[in-house]
Design a protein around this ligand. Structure first.
Ligand SMILES: C[S@@+](CC[C@H](N)C(=O)[O-])C[C@H]1O[C@@H](n2cnc3c(N)ncnc32)[C@H](O)[C@@H]1O
Length: 461
């Protein structure tokens, strides 16, 4: 049962017809495939998500946990409306192949970040931030599995980004909201809803937006989004950005068959002065979503890599830093493009051209992952990490490979250490499933030791 005052609000927006769809009906299941990883065989695929070339609706929900492809980061489970961000980013960036610097400010669990990553020009760099620590850990895992090396994952408050100055060409502000659009998926959203919650959320959103505005470069773009329907958290916030911060509303091309609803005025009529895109269940295939793109005034031609192109000396050769094991760079397909450095036992790689950005981010906010963790020094070994296995940056023939079937892959994902076929060299071996990297073992001959991270394992019932 939806709250009466909520239904009243929907009627005021002339969205009364959507109340039934919002209250009930089965949400659709959909996945977005990773275009940089091995092709996916998606079971039950029954049609493409119209606004996302990588998105597929499924006729029924399979057990994703029991599909090794999901653990390999070859697809992401995401509801259809949220995939609109990939279309938005592709549209507003246009055909300019110039790399850009992106902040996804409220990023966990990583749905929008991974969608946006696939829409960016080659060479772009993304900072994915999350405020809630437990959610930041999930974000880190999903980013590592997606495999794009030019990503920094941070745990912090948007105020910390404001203090960095005007650094980002594009900021995704998928802000915390009252979650009205998630009501049919999440009964808590119904229980927690009240007009007071809407006011509280709108106040917090304004604080986040003003912080993000300070971090946006002149001419840069803010993609503001919520998964709620009321105007306070949507049109009224965008109106304030335009009026008080001096932004310019940017149109996104859409197709009428998608069923997207434009900006709504207080009396329920359409607002033609603002470009807003509302996904309303029953009208559009997906859950509730509101998106609007706002440009900060200034010269848009400065949508260029933020970092001055000077040679960075940050390699791990800083005074007192441990030496980098010789084999580390050899595990990368293009070692010349990376700074490779040691911090304690950890050996990492990050695109050299973006090292000054990493340094700047580190001065302001807690970095919990960057680039590729190549491995950890243990005794005489550099033990390759799962971050390397998942990364597009790993050299294809860096390790001997052993292909496993689905049963063995699931056993490995549960923590088993498979016995290697005879003739497999001793030492580190990469297990593959359907030809794509799954994880590492250390082959000792008569047995092997799994290197699959404990927290990522499928729990045994
Ligand atoms: C709508 S969710 C983000 C969903 C994510 N963009 C995705 O597509 O997977 C909003 C996120 O903002 C985080 N958050 C909460 N308070 C915040 C704050 N004060 N500043 C920034 N983010 C906050 C929440 O923990 C939540 O993960």
């Amino acid at each position: 049962m939806l709250p009466e005052r909520f239904i009243e609000m929907l009627r005021g927006l002339r969205l009364g017809d959507a109340a039934d769809a919002i209250a009930g009906g089965e949400p659709e299941v959909s996945v977005r495939v990773n275009p940089r990883k091995a092709p996916v065989s998606v079971e039950n695929a029954c049609g493409q998500v119209p606004w996302c070339r990588e998105g597929w609706y499924l006729s029924e929900r399979p057990s994703f946990t029991l599909d090794p492809q999901w653990h390999q980061g070859r697809y992401y489970v995401q509801e259809g409306a949220s995939m609109f961000h990939s279309h938005v980013v592709r549209s507003v960036i246009g055909s300019d192949p110039c790399p850009i610097t992106v902040l996804d400010a409220c990023a966990a669990p990583g749905g929008k970040t991974t969608a946006v990553l696939d829409a960016l020009p080659e060479g772009s760099v993304v900072v994915a931030n999350e405020y809630v620590p437990s959610r930041a850990a999930v974000l880190r895992e999903n980013i590592i599995k997606w495999g794009y090396p030019a990503v920094i994952v941070t745990r912090g408050d948007t105020g910390q980004f404001a203090r960095m100055g005007e650094v980002f060409d594009l900021i995704i502000g998928d802000v915390p909201c009252s979650g009205e659009g998630m009501m049919r998926k999440d009964s808590e959203a119904v229980e927690q809803w009240s007009p007071g919650l809407v006011r509280e959320c709108a106040a917090r959103q304004w604080e986040i937006v003003t912080n993000l505005w300070d971090a946006l470069r002149p001419g840069g773009l803010l993609v503001y989004s919520t998964c709620t329907f009321n105007r306070e958290e949507n049109e009224l916030t965008v109106r304030r950005i335009l009026d008080e911060l001096g932004g310019e509303s940017v149109p996104v091309p859409v197709v009428s068959e998608w069923g997207i609803t434009p900006a709504i005025l207080e009396d329920g009529t359409e607002d033609s002065g603002m470009h807003c895109y509302r996904f309303i269940p029953g009208r559009t295939r997906g859950e509730g979503l509101f998106v609007s793109v706002i440009r900060k005034s200034g010269e848009p031609s400065c949508m260029r890599a933020v970092v001055p192109e000077r040679r960075s000396k940050v390699k791990g050769k800083a005074k007192g830093a441990p030496a980098v094991p010789a084999e580390a760079s050899g595990w990368l397909s293009d070692p010349g493009a990376y700074a490779v450095y040691s911090e304690g036992e950890r050996v990492s790689a990050f695109p050299s051209v973006h090292m000054p950005l990493l340094q700047l981010v580190r001065r302001h906010v807690d970095v919990i992952h960057e680039g590729v963790c190549l491995g950890t020094v243990k005794g005489r070994d550099l033990v390759p990490s799962q971050s390397l296995v998942m990364s597009h940056a790993m050299r294809r023939d860096a390790f001997p490979r052993v292909e496993v079937d689905r049963a063995a892959a699931l056993g490995y994902l549960r923590g088993d250490s498979p016995v290697m076929p005879s003739g497999t060299p001793r030492g580190f071996v990469l297990l593959t499933y359907q030809g794509a990297p799954l994880g590492m073992v250390k082959n000792l001959g008569s047995r092997s030791n799994t290197l699959y991270p404990q927290p990522w394992r499928i729990r045994r019932m």
